[in-house]
Write a protein that binds this ligand. Structure first.
Ligand code: FES
Length: 159
């Protein structure tokens, strides 16, 4: 049996055995409670941060679609406007930078129009007619196993 100072009573018969006093028990319980609260807080913080992050969104751009983009000089697919500038593929988000309305592609005038307050954007995403003053968001593209993928949650330009 161990004593208060950690020595063994069999080795030292004069030593007093350790008693589980109420103070010791409460101190241990208090320590366990503290560690439990700390661990629980960590789990809650992790879950909160994980839930706050929106899921990654990406769109595959098939070779057929890209051929169409090239042939037509620009194309709307979902929330994106796609076009080639030389060999470079450009993806713009069709969200007006004034108040967020969805833009349409005017093929005849070669502009992106906002139906809400009349802003126009050129095909590089620059505002041509206000009230919008900020360029459109350019979406990051990556080449993955022979397919282009637009990464909608990873803008090249700030939102
Ligand atoms: S939301 Fe597009 S011009 Fe206002």
């Amino acid at each position: 049996m161990l004593t208060d100072n950690g020595s063994d009573t069999k080795a030292d018969p004069r030593a007093r055995p350790v008693r589980a006093t109420r103070r010791r028990v409460l101190t241990r319980l208090w320590g366990l409670t503290g560690w439990s609260l700390l661990a629980g807080s960590g789990v809650l913080l992790h879950r909160t941060l994980t839930a706050a992050r929106p899921p990654s969104r990406s769109v595959s751009l098939s070779p057929t679609l890209l051929n169409q983009v090239r042939a037509e000089g620009g194309l709307v697919t979902g929330e994106l406007f796609l076009r080639f500038a030389g060999d470079e593929l450009i993806a713009l988000r069709l969200r007006c930078t004034h108040l967020g309305c969805t833009l349409t592609f005017d093929r005849g005038d070669r502009v992106l129009r906002c139906p809400c307050h009349g802003s126009h954007f050129d095909l590089d995403g620059n505002p041509a007619v206000g009230p919008a003053e900020t360029p459109l968001e350019r979406v990051a593209l990556r080449h993955d196993n022979g397919t282009w993928v637009a990464q909608l949650d990873d803008p090249l330009t700030p939102r």
